[in-house]
Each structure stands twice: as C-alpha cells, then as structure tokens.
Write a protein that binds this ligand. Structure first.
Ligand code: HEM
Length: 465
C-alpha cells in the first residue's frame, strides 16, 4: 500500500524552514516587544516582506540559472523570516499552549539545568548552572528576525525598512551578523569542514538521493503527517527554531589535531592529524564521508549527491575501523549503525540552516595557537518537536558518553557536561579502545527557542485584525 504524498502549503511555510533562504550575509535581530498593541498593528506591514518557501525556491532557481549562464557575481536577493519565543507569545497575549515543554521554558532554563538539560559550561550552584553566556542572551528576547541577502548593503536596506515599520514598539536586545566564509572555504564551517551536506529529505517537498531515507513532513513541520502532538490549529505549518551562538576555538582545535596525530606508522604526522580531524567529524574537510572513505579523502564522493550520503555505518557495527561511534556525524544521526538498530531514528532529524560568523583566523592567532577574535557558528535548526530535535540530539546523544554504547565518550565537537573536559574513544582505528581527552572547542554564547509561524498564522493570530 502506498502512502499518499502529503500536500505542503509552500505559500504559507516560511522560507528558511525547509528550503533555506539564499544567503551570503545574514543579520539576526533579537528583539523585545515594548508596545504589544502597536507591534501587532505594525506586523501587518511586515507580513508582505516575509519570504515564503515558494519564494525561497524561486530565488534558488534564479541563482542556479544565473550560474548556468556563466555569471559569477551575486544576484541582488533579500530574504526575511520572523519567529517568536514563548515570552514573545506571552507579550502578544497569545495564550494557547503550543504543546512543547522545552519551548515553553526557554533555552536559558535548558542551559541552566546541567546534565538534565543542555550541559552548557558555567558557574555551578547545587544542581543549577549559570551558563557562561553573553549576558544579553539572559535578557527577555521575544522575537528573532532573520534577514538574508547577497551583500551587506542589501540586508542593511531591509533592516532599515523593518526598523522603520516597527518603530516605537520594540527594542533591540542583540544583533548578530553571519557571513559565508571566503573563497574555497565557501560552505565550510570555521574548523574547515564542508557543512550542511546531510539534511532530511521531506516527503512532499523533495526526493531522497541514493542512501537518503525520506523523513515525514511532520518531523519538521507542525501539524503534518508524523507530528503526533495536539496543538492549536494556527500552529499548523509552523516549526520550532532552535538558535545557538556557538563560538569555535579554531587555533586551539588545530593545535589539538597537530599534537595528537593518529599514530599509524604508514602516515606522516600531517596525514595522521588530518585523519584525526576526519574521525572527529565523520567526514573529511571536503565532505567525503569516512564510512565510505576511511583511509583517504575522496573529493569525488563529496561532490556527488548520490554518494555523499550513501552510507549508513551498517558495515561497521562494532569495529569502528571506518567511523568512530563518537564522530559528530554518527552521534547526531546514527543511521543504521547501532546494535540493536535504533527504531525511529528518522523522527530525530533536524533541518539545519546555520551560518558562520566572525573573521578568518589571523596570522597571529595561527602562530600563537590562541583565539583572539570571536568566531563560530550561528546555529539554526528547525523541528516540530524540540524534545525529539535539537534538545534530544544535544543531551541524549552528543553529551551522553554512553551513547551508542558504554565507553564511547562525548561528541568531540559539541558534546559537553558543564565544566568537564571530554574523553572520547574510537578515534585511533588501530586501537579503538584508546582514548583522547580534550577541552571544549565549541563554547555556547547563548540562544533561545522560537516558533516560526506560518504566514496564515501571522495573519490570523499574530497581527492585529
Ligand atoms: C560549532 C558547532 C558545530 C560544528 C562545527 C558542526 C559541524 C558539522 C559538520 C562539518 C557536519 C557535516 C556536514 C553534514 O553532514 O551536513 C555536521 C553535520 C551535522 N551536525 Fe553539526 N556542527 C555543529 C553543531 C551542531 C549542533 C549543535 C547540532 C545539534 C545538536 C548538530 C547536528 C548535526 C547533524 C544532525 C548533522 C548531520 C548528521 C547526518 O545526517 O549525518 N551540529 N556538523
């Protein structure tokens, strides 16, 4: 029996959720509402500026056509999305319960709960942690406006337009700027690895490439097939947005790789360090998956959509000779690589739409092997249920030294347990029982949980009628 393909309302789902907004630059505006009545009225004029999925798809097509015609310059394109925290819903007087306890309590509470929550480092008092966040993230944040574009002037123009419309009803709490890395590093995060190669393929939106397994739309979109929670009608076609500012200590990470090359006599120290990096992540810097290419990089695999995700660890269930259990990729999406095979692994998928921030590593930072400038990832992911999505991945898989089996250790990129250093096994393919201890190379600076409503909900429930 075939399952009917769900119909997704792409004119109502915001553009960043499934497709992603076209972005070379991005502004993240975190605001607090100071006059709710005025804000609701002004929102009427913001709604026409919101990029729908239909528009985001059309923009992506325009870019593809422009490139196919041989142009290398960027097309002038701007995108805008909006999302609200629980405090934002409260401020607007929207009292319906969205049915997500983690969203309701907010990210600060989650980050303050030690091992019961996200495990962010900070000052511990009893069972509570005061996380080492930028203090502005501890203030009330009601909404997040995302503005994307081809240039800083395009996004500034849109920002000024929005500030003018919302004049007198909000104050800026934080504004962050993301930028795609330059030249050959385009599409790579700051540690140097190609990012966003594995995304859920959502039934009714796009089709899986070889090796990819379809994800039910309700895993990402509220109210669609696969979302088992009862919520208010207006929440349909929305999605929960988890935002994290994650600082990356790049020179320190590089020093760690240089100091701990995989001790394979067949490899030079440089090759041993490169292999260690690949085994920490689960992919080579090019993006080639180590489950397919365990001993050497294979840029052809990285470039082929039918190869880049054509693996599931089932050929390496116990040995870890191809990919360590602890690798970031295997921790956050174990595919079929656990004994027993995890049921429902496709319900634990997130759509990642983050953006690097900060400047490139300077000569001085590289030489002193010390970070002087704040850089990292403005992490954004969408899901219909935070307890299955970001919160689950961080707490139950990445931070859990016993996942998938006792003794694995934490995710070497994002695993954390308040202030402890991390110990990880499986990294040396010739001696998988050996362990490596490292400090944290990714430091949370703050964040919040938001809800990205459909355009229909913005009209009926958020804006004044
Ligand atoms: C600064 C922090 C982070 C860095 C440098 C980083 C880096 C990467 C890289 C290089 C990849 C491989 C590209 C790909 O397969 O798409 C990846 C994949 C992934 N990351 Fe992260 N990441 C970070 C934070 C996070 C966080 C906070 C989460 C969730 C809690 C996360 C979840 C994932 C998932 C789900 C995948 C895809 C796994 C798969 O489907 O095989 N990442 N990450």
């Amino acid at each position: 029996m075939s399952t009917p393909t769900p119909t997704l309302n792409l004119d109502s789902i915001q553009g960043d959720v499934l497709q992603g907004l076209a972005k070379k630059f991005e502004i993240f505006l975190f605001g607090a509402i100071t006059d709710a009545t005025k804000f609701r009225e002004q929102l009427r004029d913001i709604i026409p500026l919101i990029t729908t999925t239909t528009q985001a798809l059309a923009d992506a097509q325009k870019i593809a056509d422009h490139k196919a015609q041989g142009h290398s310059n960027y097309l002038k394109l701007v995108g805008t999305n909006i999302a609200f925290s629980q405090k934002g819903l409260d401020a607007l007087g929207i009292t319906d319960d969205l049915g997500d306890a983690i969203f309701k309590q907010g990210m600060l509470a989650d980050a303050s709960a030690g091992a019961q929550g996200l495990g962010d480092p900070g000052v511990v008092t009893g069972t509570s942690v005061d996380p080492d966040w930028d203090p502005r993230f501890k203030e009330e944040i009601d909404f997040l406006i995302l503005i994307t574009g081809d240039s800083t002037s395009t996004i500034s123009e849109r920002l000024h337009q929005i500030e003018k419309i919302l004049a007198g009803s909000f104050k800026v709490i934080i504004q962050l700027e993301g930028v795609v890395r330059p030249g050959a590093e385009k599409g790579h995060e700051h540690f140097g690895f190609k990012d966003c190669l594995s995304q859920p393929r959502v039934t009714g939106f796009n089709t899986p490439n070889t090796g990819e397994v379809p994800t039910q739309p309700g895993v990402i979109i509220v109210g669609q097939t696969g979302d088992g929670v009862t919520r208010p009608d207006w929440a349909k076609d929305g999605s929960f947005l988890a935002f994290r500012q994650l600082k990356q200590l790049v020179p320190e990470f590089n020093k760690f790789l240089a100091d701990n090359p995989i001790p394979d006599p067949g490899l030079t120290p440089e090759q041993g360090s490169e292999l260690l990096g690949a085994r920490l992540v689960g992919r080579w810097k090019s993006g080639a998956p180590i489950d397919r290419d365990p001993t050497a990089d294979n840029p052809a695999d990285a470039a082929d959509p039918n190869k880049v995700n054509d693996f599931d660890y089932s050929d390496d269930l116990t040995a870890q000779t191809r990919c360590p259990f602890s690798a970031h990729l295997r921790k956050t999406n174990p595919r079929n690589g656990t004994i027993p095979v995890l049921q429902g692994v496709q319900t634990k998928r997130i759509m990642r739409q983050g953006m690097p921030y900060g400047q490139e590593v300077t000569e001085e930072e590289a030489q002193s092997q010390t970070t002087r400038h704040n850089r990292g990832l403005l992490f954004v992911c969408y899901q219909s249920n935070l307890a299955n999505g970001f919160h689950f991945l961080q707490k139950t898989w990445a931070n859990n030294a016993g996942f998938p089996i006792a003794g694995t250790g934490q995710d070497p990129l994002i695993g954390q347990n308040v202030n402890n250093p991390k110990t990880t096994t499986g990294l040396d393919p010739l001696n998988v029982a050996s362990s490596l201890t490292s400090p944290l190379f990714v430091l949370p600076q703050g964040g919040e949980y938001f809800f990205s409503p459909s355009i229909a909900a913005l009209n009926t429930t958020f804006a004044a009628n």
